[in-house]
Design a protein around this ligand. Structure first.
Ligand code: ITT
Length: 196
């Protein structure tokens, strides 16, 4: 059984590849022509399932399993924004740098130097046995500047609780152990192992 990642985000591909070691992991674009998947859901879970189902439908080997991730950063001070719109906060097709800069600029307008924020990841699994979804969260503070180059997306402005560095500065092992995606993947692993 292969695990096929239903994502075009290279940051996610990199994390999943290094965190799932005992299975063959391939990005869906390695085995089929990449295609547009419209994320029409109103929750992380709905969007994760939409992405995993779309790729599973096109799989030639239905014994393989599709894994997708819908994730984002939420800032309570901004009413939860950008949330499910994290990838398109600065507009459809915006670069992750533009999204990061927009969040920093928006928070600066609030006149605070840091504010609580949290990441959410919904991981959906679609396979011959059915559809499953698990979640993970990581809480911390959003700061008003970008620091470090590790991780991706909003990591340079996110300081997890218990650390005085951003995910951009911290070793990748911290993200594996404590992140939204790392925690959700731990739960996904249990499901995957029970189905193999
Ligand atoms: P796919 O839909 O192809 O998986 P995407 O990047 O569009 O890729 P999402 O719709 O789930 O995926 O949006 C996730 C966005 O949330 C991502 O682009 C980042 O801006 C942000 N994000 C999610 N997890 C993150 C993480 O671990 N570190 C930094 N930013 C993250």
């Amino acid at each position: 059984m292969k695990i096929v990642l239903a994502t075009s985000n290279q940051g996610k591909v990199k994390e999943f590849r290094s965190w799932i070691s005992e299975y063959e992991v391939v990005a869906y674009s390695d085995i089929m022509e990449p295609f547009e998947i419209e994320e029409t859901g109103s929750t992380f879970k709905e969007n994760a399932l939409i992405k995993a189902r779309a790729v599973y439908e096109k799989l030639s080997d239905k014994n393989d399993m599709v894994l997708s991730d819908d994730s984002g950063i939420s800032v309570p001070l901004l009413g939860g924004a950008p949330g499910i719109y994290s990838a398109r906060y600065a507009g459809v097709g915006a670069t992750s740098e533009a999204n990061l800069n927009k969040l920093i600029a928006t928070l600066k307008e609030q006149g605070v130097s840091k504010t609580p924020a949290f990441y959410t990841a919904a991981i959906a699994l679609v396979c011959a046995k059915g559809e499953f979804c698990v979640h993970g969260w990581m809480h911390g503070n959003a700061i008003m500047e970008a620091r470090g180059h590790n991780g991706f997306g909003y990591d340079p402005m996110f300081m997890p609780y218990g650390y005085d560095k951003t995910l951009g500065e911290l070793d990748e092992s911290v993200k594996k152990a404590f992140s939204h995606r790392g925690r959700a993947l731990e739960l996904a692993h249990i499901i995957i192992n029970s189905l193999k």
